[in-house]
Design a protein around this ligand. Sequence first.
Ligand code: G4P
Length: 527
Amino acid sequence: MGRLEEIQRRRTFAIISHPDAGKTTLTEKLLLFGGAIQVAGAVKSNKIKKHATSDFMEIERQRGISVATSVMGFEYNGVQVNILDTPGHKDFAEDTYRTLTAADSVIVVIDVAKGVETQTEKLVKVCRMRKTPVIVFINKLDRSGKDGMILMDEIEQKLGLTVCPMSWNVGMGPDFKGIYDSFNKRLRLFSAHGKQTEDDTIEITDLADQRLDKEIGEKLADVLREESELNTAVYPEFSREAYLSGDLSPVFFGSAINNFGVKEMLECFIDIAPPPTPRETDTRIVMPEEEKFTGFVFKIHANIDPKHRDRIAFLRICSGTFERNKYYQQIRTGKKLRFSNPTAFMASKKNVVDQAYPGDIVGLYDSGNFKIGDTLTEGEKMQFKGIPHFSPEQFRYIDNADPLKSKQLNKGVDQLMEEGLAQLFIRTSNNRKIIGTVGALQYDVIKHRLEHEYGAKCSYEPINLHKACWISSEDSTALKTFVDRQKRLMAKDKDGRDVFLAESQFSLQMIQDQAPEIEFHFTSEIQ
Ligand code: G4P
């Protein structure tokens, strides 16, 4: 198969959800379809356990495994599907956001009973910012939950997506009869535990068809007719173009655990989801079909075991063919690097790859060369854009707890920040170091790693802050006045950029209103 065909047959995406909505279960069903795993439970056992006694110890134990689940690939109907894992329980971190930058599209899983939850809101915001195509899967229809119409409203309002239902539920919970696939005009009857047969799919092109009443009962048939009519009136028709530009999100209903509605979604996904998309750099747009290799590092996974200090840098390939043992240039440093064991991940198996194509993710063993956002090319000087830092939401002062080890502490903190574990800010008013993170668990990880890998000790002091945001203005005098006036709440990030530390959502809003000439940014390009 030629390079262009290889590119066209790739679909690289991430599944996102709030914890417990069913992301792991759905991933597993997709992998089962693709034959990448043989038994249910294979992915689940890799998940950070929710009720573990010490989450941190659990994370440590799981680290090796979670490398393998960072990317899970399988083939379905000739299409190479790459699923990127977005850690979402206690291990929710900036990495989770940044993984989205390596995906070409996403599937959002929503629990029918809980509706749109916070973590989903945060992640979809990043997708909207990037105009990533989104498919929505409403899960757990075998349980009672919110009415379909109410959910559609919630998705539109909270997630800011324009929806287009491709299927619609017939009842739910104990009354769940199945789904009507309005796209293909088929009724699919539900039976638990994935035991559907071909007889459970009935072509019904016209909802007035009396067979509908026979199959699902008069009452539910009438509800379906009514709701379908409303849907046609309210929601736009599916348009692939609108989906690909992130302006329209197809919605599916189902029950992942019962393997119901999953295959329909997968088949539609394969049809409509984008193959590897063009990527922006600081000099030009890179097309996946270009002959020369380019790629960027979006995640670095460090081994906590001090005896094995190697790290794995995850590289998203953007163009050309990546080849084992070939020299590539790391643009930031100008260094020529080659990789003898680039690794691809196929579910729980790891394979050394000789070649990889745009859309693929390869793991590169690294002894400390890489930084998040690094670009690799065959020599062209460019830097991929859109691999940002995200505004942290948790803050603590970090102090040196062993005066004899301050050098080690500084080195450790610098390196851990380069891995993208957290962000460092220096507060202007007192020159103290602040560590900002997206998830609280990162503080334990940093402390542990500083101690075990760098022989340094740190202590934390809580600070009551709501968000850190980067600021800029076209009016340099206004910017200077703002920075001077807000000195108490100003800090610098590690690249020396101005950062405003907001104490609450309310005060941030007030200050934004008072200083319209200042722009507040909630992401910052990595430099
Ligand atoms: P997550 O990765 O998004 O956190 O969710 P996960 O797949 O682990 O699912 C969370 C819980 O919801 C699991 O139950 C799972 O079995 C259940 N679940 C997933 N899909 C469905 C569905 O379609 N219907 C119903 N009724 N439940 C579903 P658990 O009790 O927390 O875990 P387990 O004991 O089943 O492993």
